[in-house]
Ligand binder design. Structure first.
Ligand SMILES: NC(=O)c1ccc[n+]([C@@H]2O[C@H](COP(=O)([O-])OP(=O)(O)OC[C@H]3O[C@@H](n4cnc5c(N)ncnc54)[C@H](OP(=O)(O)O)[C@@H]3O)[C@@H](O)[C@H]2O)c1
Length: 324
C-alpha cells in the first residue's frame, strides 16, 4: 500500500510517500481501508519527537509510529480475533495510534464507532482527535450548562472550531478569540462574539465568564483569572511549546499551583478516545449540531506541508487527507 512515513525524527523533510506492507489486524483490532484521515498537532509531535519526554513512549531513537494520522475514517475489510461488535463492510471512524495517512490502517476496535448514514468520510475523519478534545474539555471537565458564558481562547484551529459548536450545542453563550483572518469563519460557527486578538485584548473589556477554555496558554494566570467570574472553571488544553524537553508541562504545573489559592477551579487533561464519546460525536455530525470546518483536502503528497502548517501554530480549522 502507499503511505506517508517518518523513519526518523525531524520536520517535514523526514516525511516520504512510499510503498509499505499492508498491516495485519491483531487481537482486538480491525483493518480499515482508509477513505480519509486528518492532521493534528499530535501528529506533528510524533514526527518531530518533541517535547522530548514524548520519546519515552514514542521511541527513544526513531519513531515507533512510522505512519502519521491519528484520525481515521473508512471501511472495515478484516477483523482480528475477539472483535465481535464491528464487522467487515462497516463504515467506521475513530482514533488510531497512527496509520491514518496510509491506504490501510490496523487499529483497536474499541476506539472506533460506526458512521451514521449521510455523514461523509471527510467530515468523519476531521472529527476524532479535535472533536473528542473539545467535547471532553467542555462537557467532562468544564461541566458547561445551558446559560453558561464560555470564553474560547484559540477558536480557529481544529479543536477551537469544534469547541465553538459544541459549546453552543450545550446551550452556552460563546465568546471566541482568534486572529483577524479567521473572524468571519468563527462567527459563522455560531459564536455570539468574536474577539480578534490582533486588535483587541480579551482581558481588557471587563467581561467575566463562567468557563475559559484555553487552547493557547499565552496569557498570564492573572489575566486568565481577571476574565473569570466567581467560582468559574478554567480548562487548559495546551500551552506554549518552547520548552523542547517538557513542552507546556512547566506552565501547566505553575498554573495549577497558582489556581489552588483561588476559588476558580483548574482543569488539565489529555483527551482520551472512547466509543461512547465517538458515538455522541457521530450523532452530532448526523443531525448537524457539529459541521467540521475543512480548510482543504490533500493527498498523501500534501501531508508534509499540512503538518508543517500545524507546526507553525496558525493552521486554520482542519486539513483532511485522502490517501487514494
Ligand atoms: N490536551 C489535549 O488532550 C489536546 C488534544 C488535542 C490538541 N491539543 C493541543 O491543543 C492545541 C490546539 O490544537 P488544535 O488542533 O486546535 O491546533 P491547530 O489546529 O494547529 O490550531 C491552532 C490555532 O491556534 C490559534 N492561535 C495561535 N496563536 C493564537 C493566539 N495568540 N490567540 C488565539 N489563538 C491563537 C491559531 O489561530 P490564528 O491563526 O487565528 O491565530 C490556530 O488556528 C495544540 O497546541 C494541541 O497540541 C491538546
Amino acid at each position: 500500500m502507499t503511505a506517508v512515513t517518518a523513519r526518523t525524527y525531524g520536520t517535514e523533510d523526514v516525511l516520504a510517500v512510499e510503498e509499505i506492507p499492508v498491516p495485519n489486524p491483531g487481537d482486538g483490532e480491525v483493518l480499515i481501508q482508509v477513505a480519509a484521515s486528518s492532521l493534528n498537532a499530535l501528529d506533528w509531535h510524533f514526527v518531530t519527537g518533541t517535547p522530548y519526554f514524548l520519546r519515552l513512549m514514542a521511541g527513544l531513537v526513531r519513531p515507533k509510529r512510522s505512519v502519521p494520522g491519528a484520525d481515521v475514517a473508512g471501511t472495515v475489510v478484516a477483523v482480528g480475533s475477539s472483535v465481535n461488535d464491528i464487522a467487515v463492510g462497516d463504515r467506521v471512524f475513530g482514533e488510531t495510534d497512527g496509520g491514518g495517512c496510509g491506504q490501510y490502517a490496523a487499529t483497536k476496535a474499541s476506539t472506533l464507532a460506526l458512521l451514521p448514514d449521510g455523514v461523509t468520510f471527510e467530515a468523519a475523519a476531521a472529527t476524532p482527535v479535535a472533536g473528542l478534545t473539545a467535547l471532553q474539555a467542555l462537557r467532562t471537565h468544564a461541566d458547561v450548562r445551558p446559560g453558561d458564558s464560555v470564553l474560547i481562547n484559540g477558536a480557529a484551529g481544529g479543536v477551537g472550531t469544534f469547541a465553538v459548536q459544541i459549546a453552543k450545542a450545550l446551550g452556552a453563550t460563546v465568546t471566541a478569540v482568534c486572529s483577524g483572518r479567521n473572524v468571519e469563519m468563527v462567527g459563522a460557527l455560531g459564536a455570539d462574539r468574536v474577539i480578534d486578538y490582533t486588535t483587541e485584548d480579551l482581558a481588557a473589556g471587563g467581561d467575566r465568564y463562567d468557563v475559559m477554555m484555553d487552547n493557547v496558554g499565552n496569557r498570564t494566570t492573572a489575566e486568565c483569572r481577571r476574565v473569570l467570574a466567581p467560582s468559574a472553571r478554567y480548562v487548559i488544553v495546551s500551552g506554549p511549546k518552547e520548552n523542547r524537553w517538557l513542552g507546556p508541562v512547566p506552565l501547566i504545573v505553575r498554573r495549577a499551583l497558582a489556581f489552588r489559592r483561588t476559588d476558580h477551579s483548574f482543569h488539565q487533561f489529555t483527551a482520551s478516545p472512547n466509543r461512547a464519546d465517538l458515538e455522541l460525536l457521530a450523532a452530532m455530525l448526523a443531525d448537524g449540531r457539529i459541521v467540521p470546518q475543512i480548510d482543504r483536502v490533500v493527498g498523501l503528497d500534501g501531508v508534509a506541508a499540512g503538518l508543517a502548517e500545524i507546526g507553525s501554530a496558525h493552521a486554520r480549522a482542519k486539513i483532511v487527507v485522502r490517501p487514494a
